[in-house]
Design a protein around this ligand. Structure first.
Ligand code: NAP
Length: 510
């Protein structure tokens, strides 16, 4: 059965409303069904499911985490065809898994959540959506940490007379062959599509503000024999996944505690880029891991091609004909592609909690949540990949799945104890965040001398989890009711031993 495109305005009641039909929102939906909870809706503003893997369809788009790890743990895929799966393959995987687990009938496409309000008397969320009002006991925000394209605030952007688009809104109808194409940005997205478009365009001008560290990708095809073995011996596939898990954790350790990978990257740069002037332009002056590392074998070699120019002069203006740089040059272009990344960690606004505040108002001094999952003042509200749960070294699904398991337990706990709502205690949240901020201060993201979306937090800390996945997963393995205020419609139950049984970040070792 297919997801439905929402029709005329109606008021609908549901137990759980999930905002966003990307990887994590759909993972939440599947886990709810597996737990016997069928009364839920997945609200998706777009016309299809898939989140970032629906939107990012630029040439060469693929995951930079090994595919067996970048899968839902309960839905291994023996059919991955490459070590690093392509966007199309991941999107197909998401659709197939959702169909197999029967969640598609719960998805409402074209349903954008415009506002929401917690009604404390009714103990419910009331959501205004583009297709009508929805009342839900629980609200799960799964809107994705990188779902809002960031456009540069360069003067004159709108005056450009050629074709201009962001990498996450690729114009597949626009022919690039024979064109003078400019690309702003050299992050993970640009590093993937630049090698794909370079052979077809007449001239490629790459505007680089900051060089990125790169790391070998060594992608290869997965053979039919391997696929057959994975199907026949699932334990073998689990072992491969475990090896990939350890590999990525090891990379996480290395970037925080060693400069060895920097030496490897410099050696590769020397091998790939023979031109010393270009090599100087591509040499980072900050610590590796401070920004997201570009996992690529072809990005630097392509920049050596005769039709490619790497411009490091500051962009001062976009003119109708191209890009003006600080040295007075005008780079004439037919097409300008923005590989300028995303506004990290957007919030659903306005979503008003118990006191009528929005999250933006609450977070003026910085985002503050409990394990990136719950927020004081927002009863029965959960986030997937919320503040401080992004990652720079491994699969974000490991974090999302830990949160999903925790949320399912929370719902079951409330039902068992006949309560209607839960809200993390302010004291537990504060205690957790004090520890978190101390941990973050020591990470390469804050000390490495760079700027990136990792730091997109008003209080100057990072949006990433400051440690390894296992500490996060361990912390969320059990729903810690003692750190929550539980209510039923009639009365409120204070936490028994607020934050006494769990030491936040206890086993952190970053
Ligand atoms: P990004 O890593 O944030 O890179 C944006 C690039 O645009 C940077 O080079 C940035 O320069 C540049 N830029 C931004 N605004 C600019 C301006 N006004 N003028 C000049 N340059 C500007 O974005 P992304 O490449 O889209 O990647 C975002 C994240 O998505 C990645 O970090 C990764 O987590 C994820 N991603 C993953 C994959 C994958 O799994 N394979 C692929 C793509 C993306 P500065 O560095 O100076 O800011």
């Amino acid at each position: 059965m297919c997801p439905t495109t929402a029709g005329l305005s109606t008021t609908r009641e549901t137990r759980v409303a999930i905002i966003g039909a990307g990887f994590s929102g759909l993972g939440m939906a599947i886990r709810l069904r597996q737990a016997g909870i069928d009364d839920f809706l997945v609200l998706e503003r777009a016309a299809d499911i898939g989140g970032t893997w629906r939107d990012n369809s630029y040439p060469g788009c693929a995951v930079d985490v090994k595919a067996h790890l970048y899968s839902l743990s309960f839905a291994p895929n023996a059919d991955w065809t490459e070590t690093y799966a392509s966007q199309r393959e991941i999107w197909d995987y998401i659709k197939r898994v959702c169909a197999e687990h029967g969640v598609l009938p719960h998805v409402r496409l074209g349903a954008e959540v415009r506002s929401g309000l917690w009604d404390d008397a009714a103990q419910r969320w009331r959501l205004e959506t583009s297709t009508g009002v929805i009342e839900a006991q629980f609200l799960v925000s799964a809107i994705g940490p990188l779902s809002e394209p960031a456009l540069p605030e360069t003067p004159g952007l709108e005056s450009f007379e050629g074709r201009l688009f962001h990498s996450a809104q690729w114009d597949h109808n626009h022919e690039l062959s024979g064109k003078r194409v400019g690309v702003i940005g050299t992050g993970s997205s640009a590093a993937q599509f630049i090698p794909k478009i370079q052979p077809t365009v007449e001239k490629l001008t790459v505007f680089q503000r900051t060089p990125h560290w790169t790391f070998p990708r060594m992608n290869r095809r997965i053979t039919k024999l391997e696929q057959m073995l994975y199907r026949r011996f699932p334990a073998l596939q689990r072992a491969v996944r475990a090896r990939q898990y350890l590999y990525h954790e090891f990379l996480g350790f290395m970037v925080q505690h060693s400069r060895l990978l920097e030496a490897v990257a410099m050696l590769r740069l020397r091998l790939h880029v023979r031109d010393p002037e270009l090599r100087t332009k591509l040499t980072p002056d900050y610590r590796m891991g401070c920004k997201r590392i570009v996992v690529s074998d072809d990005f630097h070699p392509v920049l050596m091609q005769p039709n490619v120019d790497v411009v490091t002069e500051k962009i001062v203006e976009i003119s109708p004909r191209g890009v003006l740089t600080a040295d007075g040059a005008e780079h004439a272009l037919d097409t300008l592609i923005l590989g300028t990344g995303f506004r990290a960690m957007p919030v659903v606004d306005p979503l008003r909690g118990r006191d009528g505040d929005t999250l933006t108002e609450r977070w003026r001094e910085g985002r503050c949540a409990y394990y990136g999952t719950t927020v004081a003042g927002f009863p029965n509200y959960f986030m997937l990949v919320g503040p401080n749960t992004a990652t720079g070294h491994t699969s974000v699904l490991l974090y999302a799945e830990a949160q999903i398991g925790y949320i399912v337990q929370a719902l079951q706990y409330l039902e068992r104890h006949q309560k209607t709502s839960l809200e993390v205690a302010e004291s537990a949240q504060r205690f957790f965040n004090d520890h978190l901020r101390r941990k973050l201060k020591r990470t390469v993201w804050l000390t490495g001398g760079c700027n990136s979306w990792y730091l997109n937090d008003p209080n100057g800390t990072s949006v990433l989890w400051p440690g390894y996945t296992w500490s996060f997963r361990k912390a969320l393995r059990r729903f810690d009711a003692e750190n929550y205020v539980l209510r039923d419609a009639a009365r409120c139950v204070q936490p028994g031993h607020a934050h006494s049984t769990r030491r936040p970040l206890a086993s952190q070792s970053s």
